[in-house]
Design a binder for this molecule. Structure first.
Ligand code: F6P
Length: 343
């Protein structure tokens, strides 16, 4: 019988760590905590329709117990794994207004900060569509024995040490980068391990998919309207019209475009002038992954990874995907802005 060579995520990460003999192992252990929480959340997501976790947070079930929304549960799982693991000093979560300082008794000089969206696309939970977890890891700037400061937390995306996401879809996958390419691992539930299934992911330079919430078209800036119109025009040479694909779950839309080529846009709108997506735990990690896969990520007028964060839950517009598509969307957006300025 032929045996298939399986590389687990744990083996892969340990091998990567061995390339840096001076590394403390803290980052590897943070990954182990994330993997553990991801497996628990995966179990909860798979049971979502069977147990009372689809309900609204704050209500009680028939036994009088509190019903927890899946995003609250996911937050608790990641918080608890990372805090008990004790290798990061602070966690910034979409679910918490402020930074959570990890009271650490295991590692006495933790240097990493984790920013995360424990369950992104949560409006899709009730309808069985793909959802996910996004994480970003960076190093604090101040000395390890001092309290973590706001400057430690508000760092540009280019300072990320690692970023990744877990997609709970038709299978569960973890995709991550530490700045040396992007690799994807699929959870084999029969052995409870994430196994390397998508080595060295690269996004095509051009794609045939555009993902945008077109319901907001009337509120888009002129240049974005022009780009959406361009995607829908007929032109054999450029294989247009492109296919419109929008799930409304960033990770699911991003993951499809990453593998097949395409563009995802969440532009500024009249209602949301800074866009909707959050810089620290949605746009930055996705931009790091996208650039490492050979794609591009922009606010429309500058590289996402260069944005200087001002607030923990800051929003920014996002244009992300195949390089040539993002370049064109960016240039139409910019010329639309100057047309609007010049009346
Ligand atoms: O930020 C949360 C989120 O659900 C993303 O996952 C998704 O891309 C976006 O919002 C969808 O927003 P809208 O419903 O406005 O298109």
């Amino acid at each position: 019988m032929k045996t298939q060579k399986v590389v687990t995520l744990t083996q892969f990460i340990s091998e990567q760590q061995s390339l840096f003999p001076d590394s403390s192992g803290d980052l590897t252990r943070i990954f182990m905590d994330i993997i553990l929480a991801a497996k628990i959340v995966n179990r909860d997501v798979r049971k979502a329709g069977l147990v009372d976790i689809l309900g609204t947070h704050g209500t009680t079930n028939i036994q009088g117990e509190e019903v927890k929304k899946l995003d609250v549960l996911a937050n608790e799982e990641f918080m608890s794994a990372l805090s008990l693991g004790g290798d990061c000093c602070a966690i910034l979560s979409e679910e918490n207004d402020d930074v959570v300082h990890v009271q650490n008794h295991i590692n006495n000089k933790p240097k990493y900060i984790v920013a995360m969206d424990p369950l992104d696309g949560s409006s899709n939970i009730d309808v069985n569509a793909s959802i996910g977890t996004i994480f970003s890891i960076f190093r604090r700037r101040s000395m390890a024995w001092n309290p973590v400061t706001m400057e430690d937390c508000l760092q540009k995306g280019i300072n990320q040490i690692a970023a990744g996401y877990i997609i709970y879809g038709s299978s569960t996958m973890l995709v991550y980068t530490t700045g040396q390419g992007v690799n994807g691992f699929t959870l084999d539930s029969s052995i409870g391990e994430f196994c390397l299934s998508h080595p060295d992911i690269k996004i095509p330079k051009d794609g045939k998919i555009f993902s945008v919430n077109e319901g907001n078209y009337a509120e888009f800036p002129k240049g974005v309207q022009q780009y959406v119109d361009y995607c829908k025009e007929s032109d054999t040479a450029t294989s247009r019209p492109y296919s419109a694909r929008y799930i409304g779950s960033l990770i699911a839309d991003f993951h499809r475009n990453l593998l097949k080529g395409g563009i995802f846009i969440y532009p500024p709108t009249a209602k949301a002038p800074s866009g909707k997506l959050r810089l620290m735990y949605e746009c930055n990690p996705m931009a790091f992954i996208m650039e490492q896969a050979g794609g591009k990520a922009s606010t429309g007028d500058r590289r996402i990874l260069e944005v200087i964060p001002e607030k923990l839950h800051q929003r920014v517009p996002l244009f992300i995907g195949s390089e040539n598509m993002v370049k064109l969307a960016e240039s139409m957006y910019k010329s639309g802005l100057s047309q609007e300025l010049n009346g």
